[in-house]
Design a protein around this ligand. Structure first.
Ligand SMILES: Nc1ncnc2c1ncn2[C@@H]1O[C@H](COP(=O)(O)OP(=O)(O)OP(=O)(O)O)[C@@H](O)[C@H]1O
Ligand SMILES: [Mg+2]
Length: 269
């Protein structure tokens, strides 16, 4: 049985879809069978980031409604063996999801893949609750600013209260990714904000991704930046994938002057 890994944030626009595409690709590059599910019902864009928008025929709601079977809707990413994609529906009906149908879909996906990665919608609307309900593991994305951190904290609270794991007395394994960190901030000593983020959220840090214009250009070409061996953001995502698989990997040194790594390491002493 595979693992359901939900990518969530609270605040919108902080990098959930970017993370989903890159972590899914990174895990497939490590030899895992991975499906990236766009659960942002009504607003698809993971397809663009993966460069698979022209191959969509059926979507996640079609599968749940029985309009097609799962294998008809799954799109295989020819660039990355082992990586599959299940597109979001563009329906405007936010109440289309039904708990038992969602459960059946994810049970089926878990039986076929090592990792089922769910890109969740912004905010805490209904699609969000479904995306966290069945999660085994969550990647919580925040940018290093107060409003994103506050919203991430709310989402962590909801996962601890409302997920199926919580209802059964357990807990979703939660990891933090701080996204869009600017090396200039690091060098000015503003990295305290990462320490603050960790202190407020009190979950384990699994990655720090730099603000990198290559993320934007790679989205435009439909090639997730994790394919780019020369980019720092790509390297950050490759390391996150390895950490998800339990490898101990150093954090990327984002400072142009050095020293960031030492600070991050210091946080775990
Ligand atoms: N590390 C980064 N460096 C530069 N740009 C980034 C980075 N991460 C994300 N972005 C950009 O930020 C924007 C929002 O990213 P993304 O769509 O992944 O966020 P999201 O959390 O999925 O948004 P939504 O809540 O709307 O679904 C995109 O234009 C993306 O290219
Ligand atoms: Mg998104």
């Amino acid at each position: 049985m595979g693992i359901i890994l939900t990518v969530t944030s609270g605040k919108g626009g902080v990098g959930k879809s970017t993370t989903t595409a890159n972590v899914a690709t990174g895990l497939a590059q490590e030899g895992k069978r991975v499906v990236a599910v766009d659960f942002d019902i009504g607003l698809r864009n993971l397809d663009m980031i993966l460069g698979l928008e022209n191959r969509i025929v059926y979507d996640v709601v079609n599968v749940m409604e029985g309009d097609c079977n799962l294998s008809q809707a799954l799109i295989s990413d020819k660039k990355t063996p082992g990586l599959y994609f299940l597109p979001a529906s563009q329906t405007k009906d936010k109440n289309i999801l039904e708990k038992e149908k969602v459960r059946k879909l994810f049970e089926d996906l878990k039986s076929q893949f090592d990792f089922v990665i769910i890109d969740s919608p912004a905010g805490i609307e209904s699609g969000f609750e479904y995306a966290i309900f069945l999660a085994d593991m969550a990647l919580v994305i925040s940018t290093p600013d107060v409003s994103a951190v506050r919203d991430a904290d709310r989402v962590i609270g909801i996962m601890d209260a409302k997920s199926e794991k919580a209802i059964n007395g357990g807990e979703i394994e939660k990891f933090l990714i701080v996204n869009r960190v600017k090396p200039g901030m690091v060098d000015r000593g503003d990295m305290l904000s990462i320490e603050d983020v960790l202190q407020i959220l009190a979950i384990k840090l699994i990655g720090v991704v730099p603000d990198d214009e290559k993320v934007i250009s790679s989205t435009n070409t439909g090639q997730p930046v994790v394919h780019d061996m020369t980019s720092k953001s790509g390297e950050a995502y490759r390391r996150i994938a390895k950490r998800i698989l339990g490898e101990e990997v150093d954090f990327l040194d984002l400072s142009e002057k050095g020293g960031f790594l030492a600070k991050i390491k210091g946080l775990f002493k």
